[in-house]
Design a protein around this ligand. Sequence first.
Ligand code: AMP
Length: 207
Amino acid sequence: MDASIILFGPPGAGKGTQAVKISEITGKPQISTGDMLRKSVSEKTDLGIEAQSYMESGLLVPDELIIQLIAERIKQKDASRGVLFDGFPRTLKQAEALSLIVNISSVISIEVPDEEIVGRIVGRRMDPQTGEIYHIDFKPPPTEIEYRLVQRKDDNEETVRNRLAAYHQQTSPLSSWYSEKGLLFTVDGNRTIDEVGKDIENFLIQK
Ligand code: AMP
């Protein structure tokens, strides 16, 4: 398996949005543990049933389940050229497990202050037909599709506060762990989608 990239940052930093572009540039498929878990929840698999209550309260799903999920996913053929991890790893235990099975070439960290995040997440909507993500103020959807947009169950203010707490306690320490390994590239995510995307693109081209 070729080297992989990690997309790192708090919930609502724009990881999913930027991941689409990074995948296009690098040819590495996006692996979002959040998306995989949501699929398991909707399909009511054993994993989904176990993960659901953690996700709905904004807590992290236990490491064992996540590590198992990733170990299976990277066995698939499309992972042979390396992958783009989005929302994984989120704990030191996950990062250590990952380092044993995958070679990481860089960690792109999108930084956004807490006070920005709640507004970003609470206004977020998804078009279930295309998977496109909108924001009621910052990226308004076309009026003709407004009726079909959905909001993630965990995109409410109370749960976002728990997700942010989990990020600060369990996930953000990973940035210094990767920085010490010389892998961390930090981007100011408190700008437009295009500006953030340009910085990431320049980094990937120089690499
Ligand atoms: P996300 O879509 O990345 O915001 O993830 C949504 C929710 O799924 C999180 O709040 C966690 O409950 C769970 N989740 C996603 N990825 C992970 C992970 N790597 N480790 C633990 N829980 C995760």
